[in-house]
Design a binder for this molecule. Sequence first.
Ligand code: SAM
Ligand code: SF4
Ligand code: SF4
Length: 335
Amino acid sequence: MNQTPSPLTDTFGRHHNYLRISLTERCNLRCSYCMPVDGVKLSPASHLMNAEEIYSIAKTFVKFGVDKIRLTGGEPLVRKDFPQILELLSTLNVELSITSNAVSIDRHIDLLKKSGVKTINISLDTLSAERFHTITFRDYFDRVYQNILKLIDEGFLVKINAVLMRGINDDEILDFIAFTKTHPIVFRFIEFMPFDGNQWKREKTVSYQEIMEQIQGKYSNDQIIRLQDAPNDTSKNYTIKGHQGTFAIISTVTHPFCDQCNRIRLTANGQLKNCLFSKKENDLLSALRSNQDIEPIIRQSISSKFAVRSGLDGPESFEDPKQHEQNRSMITIGG
Ligand code: SAM
Ligand code: SF4
Ligand code: SF4
């Protein structure tokens, strides 16, 4: 007997059990690779999901098979009702995690623990305070750095995300690797990706291969250990023999990993995006507010998902910045 497939299984058989929810389009940093120089047009407050709406939509996804939810943004911690949202979501049967810039995360440590959050992804693109200001236009390096150490001390698994940009921070790759010697973290190098307004050029992206070449220039093949990647992992994971931490590379630009994709995104204004690069979005919030069933909308979104990068399979299309003008800026997507 034929069973109706889950609304979260696409035409390529990929099951989407991982939902990323953006809580806000605002941020207390201005990272050049994420936030356009002129800022973004913010949605009116009434167009953003409130805590109950986030919970209600999340609950529907959990019913269909989502078992992992990550809160992101913008900066999720700038939302005043962040504690309420986290508490509501912690009642769902999911692995709950958060991506943050760590500027104010020390205020939420007890809440994060109480809500069952174990893994926290933190953005940090440099180990220099001066350069931190150049990249983020804010002077919060010390705070972020101290908060990372605090999170480690408090027993969280900390994953640090660094977007590498040529001529900006690619001379720090070996310093980041050295950081993993004494800190039990996962250091993730992310290839700089194109989004609306972030002035991306292919030359600015430091590729997986280039990152590995720098590391291989310092460490021998015996010292660089390839680790088993977790199922659906977007990164290739390694460690250096004797280091407490590990490192990983996320190579969306040069080696996309879409065949394993299990992730979908809900923007702060309630739009479902079936891919980071999708131009098309499906409006769940308006449907919820008018008491419509959101299942057919979810099904439609997932079933229309492309195999690779929302149809931008090859370098010609993906590397054309015009293709990304119809997508959002990263700050309003939620990475
Ligand atoms: N504010 C939080 C933070 O920075 O961790 C969460 C939101 S931020 C949009 C999520 C992730 O997206 C961060 O790790 C950031 O480095 C990454 N990101 C933003 N723009 C990117 C780009 N153009 N290419 C690659 N990663 C990017
Ligand atoms: Fe803010 Fe995160 Fe974007 Fe930086 S990467 S501007 S911290 S949302
Ligand atoms: Fe999934 Fe799109 Fe990212 Fe590929 S580019 S892994 S399909 S979200």
